[in-house]
Design a protein around this ligand. Structure first.
Ligand SMILES: [Zn+2]
Ligand SMILES: [Zn+2]
Length: 338
């Protein structure tokens, strides 16, 4: 391999087109000489060269705000569960109605919580920390014209389309956004679980909203005392609170679900749209992108939070490996054309 050449320091990204670092880029242009690359000539290293750090290890972000939000999410689902089962279904005289709705609601709620757990405890695609060493870059055997960007915050080699998350304190491949409700980043490896989570929450919200409407209609015609095992005022308050919660989360999660599916279909993450970085890579067709995000050809497993993704997994010993050598000082390393 040709020895890497230090070009310039660009504390944010070094991509050269937007964001901060204008001063650094000006210096870069002045330094440009024959044989070295202009910013637009640089080929960022493919996102597939660097694998995720811990695809098979347990992943959990120790962020107090995220943990509180995740606990609130579970409490809200359990509240809905309580009202649906104990206020509406168990006191109902129609056994078939209670049984069918009970099974459907509980199955959807279970899938929602399972998706939440998988989204929270799956490595979203973190780049190994501290691998920005000369030895590691040499091992990548890069071609002339390729450029390596170092993340100055976590000292990792940033593959194309990776972004640094200040909450996770890591660079995440195809990071979409950091979601406090799942206390994790939504990235390449856990987007499916996040999409499923929003879908199942939207479905249980819609289902419980329908049941509340039916319950009110039924109870208005009947005697309120026979309608619920709770007192009429308590029943009304519990139902109104559920109604409010369901409506709020139905709107919120439907919008989120739509946005995520749109992101997958257009092969653009939320953060890329926000930073105006779109159109810098070869876009994958919609159906292909959906298959990649959902872990294979269309099947029922797309709706299952238990089926894994076909992402690269490495043995646990490899995860413990500490990158050899000292961290490079430069934020951009480029392989000269000659
Ligand atoms: Zn980073
Ligand atoms: Zn994050």
């Amino acid at each position: 391999m040709k020895s890497p050449v230090h070009r310039c320091r660009d504390p944010e990204h070094g991509r050269g087109e937007h964001g901060r670092g204008d001063h650094g880029r000006a210096e870069c242009r002045q330094e440009s000489r024959a044989g070295y690359l202009q910013a637009e000539q640089r080929i960022p290293i493919s996102k597939d060269i660097i694998t995720s750090s811990s695809a098979s290890a347990m992943w959990f972000i120790r962020d107090a705000c995220g943990i509180v939000c995740a606990v609130i999410t579970w409490m809200l689902v359990l509240y809905a569960e309580f009202v649906v089962v104990f206020v509406m279904l168990l006191p109902s005289k129609n056994l078939t109605y209670s049984l069918i709705n009970g099974v459907v609601f509980n199955s959807l709620a279970f899938l929602a919580l399972a998706s939440h757990f998988r989204a929270m405890c799956t490595d979203p695609g973190a780049v190994p920390k501290g691998n920005a060493t000369k030895e590691y870059i040499e091992s990548l055997q890069l071609k002339p014209g390729q450029v390596v960007y170092k993340c100055p915050k976590c000292c990792s080699i940033k593959p194309d389309r990776a972004h640094h998350c200040s909450v996770c304190k890591r660079c995440i491949r195809k990071m979409d956004h950091h979601c406090p409700w799942v206390n994790n980043c939504v990235g390449e490896n856990n987007q499916k679980y996040f999409v499923l989570f929003t879908m199942y929450i939207a479905l249980i919200s819609l289902h419980s909203l329908t049941m509340v409407v039916f319950h009110f209609l039924y109870c208005f015609e009947d005697d309120w005392t026979k309608c619920s095992s709770f007192s009429p005022p308590a029943t009304v308050i519990l139902l109104i609170l559920l109604c409010f919660e369901a409506l709020l989360f139905l709107i919120f999660t439907s919008v989120m679900f739509g946005t995520q599916v749109h992101s997958i279909c257009t092969d653009e993450t939320g953060i890329e749209r926000l930073k105006g970085e779109t159109g810098k890579w070869d876009k994958v067709p919609c159906w292909e992108a959906m298959q990649a995000a959902c872990g294979g050809p269309f099947s029922l497993s797309w709706c299952s939070p238990f089926s894994g993704l076909r992402c690269e997994r490495r043995p646990l010993e490899a995860l413990e490996e500490v990158p050899q050598g000292e961290i490079i000082e430069e934020d951009i390393i480029e392989i000269p054309l000659y």
